[in-house]
Write a new protein. Structure first.
Lengths: 362, 297, 238
């Protein structure tokens, strides 16, 4: 027992970033830096085309965050998150047209209503085994897409659906006064996304996060520890739905014109693919997923390459992740970088005069 | 409310469609029982096969050859996938295996859009010679293709039941569905049986793709996601009973088409598979105790 | 005191527990038997993972079986599993804290209780270290810490020292012996290691094919010829 203690203390001295506290600090610093770059530097450096793409990245980072939460933390696979996004966008559009409420309020309401819908569906669905749950969500996505094609998105009309089929000039969905321009709205969406990430981090560090970790590892052990697995799974469902609903609201203001063709069933599958590729065990994975999903296609489109190549790439990627690298890119890349770093340090160490021969501990 | 005469043609088309759904559903159930994989790429494989057939026919290839290529393509791609990605994922949860097939779906989907772009005006179609001939039942026109659709569904059920019960590879598949490891230790050539299951399922996918391309539309997206209807039937049968898959598939096909003339519901008829599957799965209050805690006593 | 009356569990054609009736007195009770005897099934019934076909269990005067499984932990049932279930990505502290917070105990005493449990188990590791980094023996001790934190009434230990070398098994035995005194819980120990059972348990019950074949003071039970026969499976009695 004694030497394990001294070994861990020694290890702490040699590799400060390896401790849990060190890792949190590194993550916090990196996030802060990226946030500053995103808010301050990017709007001046990028063209409007890429600003709009980055706004989409912000939106889908939230969606990927929700799905990553479900898959990575609770082990629930949903193939219908894009449909949930559509619901959030629908609610937000309806409210933005029908009321004069301030934007944050509308976003909150979109999130809450979507959360209520998600929880209602989640309750019976959670009794299903993982495979069946995933397949039911796939059909759910298809179902909602069909409903939306028929009811259409609100466009300022009256009635519950808020759709006026005979409008010639369709009004745009409004934006907040402080963020009416594209760069302005981009900053707004980055802030909202950051808040959602913060919300998830708070969850992970407290009781629900611990319960989810227990459930993911072993449901019997979680139950034996007194955790009501149903309640916590539902909580994850609710949280993911809330975040995706808010994302839908942000999306509504971003594109300002919503069409049902924006939410095809295929997108839910592609979303799962990139979330798995990005890595579901780390929050960075959600950001990677969003970049894959929204920035890469924009780049390719600019260079005249068909987006179909990406679809193919994601198909290969998801199979690769499942067979070899379950942690995804967010897990692999830091590991590879760390290995590279150690290699470099090892080389540098050996080049130092008076350095001990033979490699040090890893 | 539409009249009986208005419904009649839809009974026929619904049965034909349901028959093809049954064909696909049974193919997926058998593969699941033999390998634990829910083959979600089923529709995409069939779609691509149909598109290949279309291109070949357009290029002057005799029709029967094009169809053969379509069916063999289905079998070949599915077999290749199964042999390459089956073993590394064999021990994993069925959910993981199913999601992996989604990867294949995406690859095929991307390829299809790349090779057969959907430019505005052009719509493709596959016509089988059996579309032209037919007969009349009462006042309803029935084409031979529709008969084939329903017949294929019935045939696959019969053939599969006989195969599983009375042939060696069929019995092997049933044993593998129960416990793959033990079956392997009994000396059953598990890999060969699996290969047969994959190939067979792929061939069915190709055939179904061809039939659906004829009965519905030759469109990559439509055909890829029609798998949802067959999947719904398979889920209602809990991925187990072949006869139940058939019944559910017929029900889905019938109800879907019969809703067409009803004005108020017509636009929502594509939700039929979802609604039926959801009802079948969610309503029974089946409380499952954890299967993970099956520890030795 | 735990009173088991006529407990029967049937899965399909297999009867895992056959009209089991016995009483567990406060202290440490052993539960032994050959593989397949029904010991883990019995624990599964107590934890709520398996619903018995018949019979009742009264724990400290309350009907245990009528409680939903996750509520039993709040009531005071703790259990370790044959394959240890430390939550890898959580820290040692969080692993134990998780059990504490779901037992309905307040947050004020949490830190104190958790560190106390870790110390009681003799787990010499950094509480903030991830459970993933622990060695096998340390993980087993972490399981013990999780089992004793808070105020459990019933502690079920399922082969807690499986796979451990002799010295660590002895240490485990010392920790287990201290449980009733330190925590006040009735402890039931399932194990195949007879030296551990004799060292810890004042009384022992023996199961074979789901039936109780002996119970009483540990030393006597271990010498009982029926018990020996059950384990060694000798041929029919002449």
């Amino acid at each position: 027992m004694l030497d394990t203690a001294s070994r861990s203390a020694g290890a702490r001295q040699r590799a400060p970033l390896r401790t849990p506290a060190g890792r949190t600090l590194a993550n916090a610093v990196a996030s802060a830096v990226l946030l500053v770059i995103a808010l301050v530097a990017l709007p001046d450096l990028l063209s409007i085309y890429y600003i709009d793409a980055m706004t989409q990245v912000a939106v889908y980072a939230m969606v990927a965050l929700g799905l990553g939460l479900l898959v990575g933390r609770v082990g629930l696979v949903s193939l219908g998150q894009v449909a949930v996004l559509a619901v959030g966008a629908w609610v937000a559009a309806r409210l933005l047209f029908a009321t004069a409420q301030p934007y944050p309020v509308v976003l909150l309401e979109a999130g809450l209503i979507t959360m209520a819908a998600g929880t209602l569906i989640g309750l019976p669905a959670l009794r299903l085994r993982g495979l069946y749950l995933a397949l039911i969500t796939l059909m759910l996505a298809g179902g909602i897409t069909i409903v939306l094609t028929t009811t259409n998105f609100p466009n300022g009309g009256h009635g519950f659906l808020g759709y006026n089929g005979s409008l010639v000039h369709i009004p745009a969905i409004r934006r907040p006064a402080i963020a009416a321009s594209d760069p302005g709205y981009y900053r707004y969406s980055v802030v909202v996304a950051a808040l959602m990430f913060l919300l998830v981090i708070v969850h992970l560090k407290t009781r629900p996060g611990r319960a989810w970790a227990a459930i993911r590892q072993s449901e019997p052990a979680a139950l034996a520890a007194g955790i009501s697995t149903t309640r916590y799974k539902l909580w994850a469902f609710a949280l993911a739905s809330f975040i995706t609903g808010v994302a839908g609201g942000v999306l509504a203001g971003a594109v300002q014109y919503l069409y049902s063709i924006d939410f095809p069933t295929q997108d839910s599958i592609t979303l799962l693919a990139v979330v798995l590729m990005g890595g579901v065990y780390s929050l960075w994975g959600a950001l990677v997923a969003a970049l894959l999903l929204q920035l890469l296609p924009a780049l390719l489109h600019n260079w005249g390459v068909s987006a179909d190549w990406l679809t193919i790439l994601f198909g290969i990627g998801v199979v690769q992740v499942l067979t070899t690298a379950p942690g995804g890119l967010a897990d692999q890349v830091p590991k590879d970088l760390a290995r590279l770093g150690r290699l470099l340090l090892g080389v540098a160490g050996r080049l130092r005069p008076g350095a001990p021969r033979g490699g040090g501990p890893p | 409310m539409p009249s009986w005469a208005d419904f009649q043609p839809f009974i026929v088309s619904g049965l034909a469609l349901g028959g093809v759904y049954a064909l696909s559903g049974v193919g997926m159930v058998v593969l699941y029982q033999a390998t634990g994989v829910v083959y979600l790429a089923f529709g995409a494989v069939g779609a691509m096969g149909a598109l290949i057939a279309w291109s070949l026919i357009n290029a002057g290839t005799p029709e029967w050859l094009a169809w053969l290529v379509c069916v063999l393509f289905g079998g070949g791609v599915t077999l290749a996938y199964g042999m390459v990605f089956g073993p590394p994922l064999a021990r994993r949860d069925p959910l993981v295996k199913a999601v992996a097939t989604l990867g294949l779906t995406l690859v095929l989907f991307g390829l299809m859009d790349l090779l057969w772009t959907t430019n505005g005006g052009q719509s493709r179609a596959i016509t089988l010679p059996t579309d032209n001939g037919g007969f009349t039942v009462g006042q309803i026109q029935v084409t031979w293709t529709q008969v084939i659709g329903l017949a294929a569904g019935i045939a696959i059920v019969v053939v599969t039941e006989v195969f599983l019960r009375y042939t060696k590879p069929g019995t092997a598949m049933r044993a593998m569905a129960n416990d793959r490891e033990i079956t392997a230790t009994l000396g059953v050539p598990v890999r060969r049986v699996e290969a047969a299951a994959w190939f067979g399922c792929g061939v069915i996918a190709g055939a179904a793709g061809l039939l659906l391309a004829d009965l519905v539309a030759l469109d990559a997206t439509t055909l890829t996601f029609l798998v949802i209807s067959s999947l719904a039937a398979a889920l209602i049968a809990q991925l187990r009973s072949i006869v139940l898959t058939f019944v559910a598939a017929i029900a889905i096909g019938l109800i879907h088409d019969l809703i067409t003339p009803i004005q108020a519901l017509s636009n929502y008829r594509d939700m039929t598979p979802f609604v039926l599957a959801a009802v079948a799965l969610l309503v029974p209050a089946r409380q499952q105790l954890l299967s993970q805690s099956r520890e030795e006593a | 005191m735990i009173e088991v009356d006529g407990l029967t569990v049937r899965f399909g054609g297999v009867t895992s527990l056959d009209h089991l009736s016995l009483t567990f007195e406060p202290g440490i009770c052993g539960l032994i038997g050959p593989n397949g005897a029904g010991k883990t099934t019995f624990f599964n019934v107590l934890s709520g993972f398996v619903r018995p076909t018949a019979g009742s269990v009264r724990a400290f005067g309350e009907d245990l079986l009528s409680m939903a499984h996750f509520r039993r932990a709040r009531w005071g049932v703790r259990r370790t599993f044959q394959t240890e279930q430390a939550i890898e990505e959580l820290s040692v502290f969080d692993n134990v804290a998780m059990v504490h917070e779901h037992s309905g105990l307040g947050g004020a005493s949490r830190r104190h209780d958790v560190l106390g449990a870790i110390g009681f188990a003799g787990l010499d590791a950094d509480p903030s270290a991830r459970a993933q980094t622990l060695a096998a023996g340390q993980r087993r001790l972490l399981e013990i810490a999780r089992a004793v934190v808070g105020r459990p009434k019933l502690v079920l230990l399922d082969e807690p020292a499986a796979g451990l070398p002799d010295q660590e098994t002895r240490h485990m035995g010392e920790v287990i012996r201290a449980i009733p005194g330190h925590v006040g819980a009735l402890t039931i120990l399932v194990d195949h290691d007879m030296s551990l059972v004799s060292a810890c348990c004042t009384t022992t019950a023996v199961l074979d094919f789901g039936k109780l074949i002996a119970s009483g003071p540990t030393a006597e039970v271990l010498r009982d010829s029926r018990v020996v026969r059950a384990y060694l499976g000798t041929a029919e009695v002449l």
